[in-house]
Design a binder for this molecule. Structure first.
Ligand code: FE2
Ligand code: FE2
Length: 311
């Protein structure tokens, strides 16, 4: 039996799954309010028209690592208009797909608002540098590296889990219970988004096993965080990896593996030659990534041991 490959056929065949999971999402998602997670009484006027105090780094106790990660996560959230454009043009704005696209966008819109209000009120980061970074990042936009329905569903499944882990771990290193609780709420949203897309990816594997296998393999092999276009991302990503917020080990063990295992991707049989090739390529890539993650962990441990010896 041949499997659907063209966009219209795939969207049509997956729509019942979208509807079921949209309803599940709406029944599960809990309403929450960003303003409740911002310590407004800690805020005061800035310089400029209010004549308040200019920002300076010692005004916040937040560790440098947490600041870097919060900036990366916020700028990532800021690019929502580009993400909306990508999913709206890939999935369409009609029927259950459209309802999901808009609902998802509305939920994501909360994240940037909440984090920015927190950072500005607590003077955790330089608001001028942050605004300039937002402008640069949004002006560059974001484009799907692998367009199409199946690669898009694959990418967002991993991406939602990656952002969940990243927000959650950033909260943990912040040392501020308010920040931790705020990021736990954001992470809970990301988790529900991941579940939606993961279920959809499972349905895609049933519907078009060979095409979906190829899409998953291509996406996993070239995966980049949604904020990879942020100015200075490489340097920031190293800091975030060294701090254990998001590194190759986490990416392999806590993002790729759980989704692939849940969907039994590597155990799939009954594939065509092309599908089998993609599955084997994925298994080989994951083994290489695992080894690379171990090398990174060893290198990091050595760096930390040298640093501890100097202190
Ligand atoms: Fe988000
Ligand atoms: Fe999300």
């Amino acid at each position: 039996m041949s499997e659907p490959t063209d966009t219209i056929a795939l969207l049509h065949a997956l729509e019942p799954t979208v509807e079921t999971n949209l309803n599940r999402h709406l029944a599960t998602a809990k309403e929450w309010f960003p303003h409740e997670y911002v310590p407004w009484s800690a805020g005061r006027d800035f310089n400029g028209i209010m004549g308040g105090e200019e920002w300076s780094p010692e005004q916040s106790q937040l560790p440098e690592l947490a600041r870097t990660s919060l900036i990366v996560n916020l700028l990532t959230e800021d690019n929502l208009p580009s993400y909306h454009y990508e999913i709206a043009t890939t999935f369409g704005r009609d029927g259950a797909w459209g309802t999901w696209v808009h609902r998802w966008t509305a939920e994501e819109g909360r994240h940037g608002t909440a984090i920015r209000d927190y950072l500005t009120t607590t003077r955790a980061v330089d608001p001028v540098a942050l605004e300039r970074a937002r402008m640069t990042h949004m002006e560059a936009g974001f484009a799907n590296q692998q367009p199409g329905v199946l690669p898009s569903i694959s990418y967002v499944s991993f991406q939602e889990l990656a952002t969940r882990v990243s927000h959650r771990n950033t909260g943990h290193v912040s040392g501020d219970p308010v920040c931790d609780q705020l990021l736990a709420k954001v992470a809970a949203d990301e988790n529900l988004h991941m579940l939606f897309y993961r279920n959809l990816l499972g349905a895609a594997l049933e519907l078009a096993p060979n095409g979906t296998m190829r899409a998953i393999t291509d996406v996993v092999k070239s995966f980049q965080m949604p904020g990879h276009g942020i100015e200075g991302f490489g340097r920031k990503a190293v800091q975030i990896a060294m701090g254990g917020i998001y590194d190759l080990r986490i990416h392999h063990d806590e993002v790729l593996t759980p989704i692939l295992r849940q969907l039994k991707v590597l155990d799939r049989t009954g594939l065509s030659g092309e599908g089998e090739k993609a599955r084997d390529e994925l298994a080989e890539f994951l083994a290489g990534l695992d080894a690379q993650a171990t090398r990174f962990e060893e290198k990091r441990a050595a760096v930390q041991a040298r640093k501890a010896a100097r202190e």
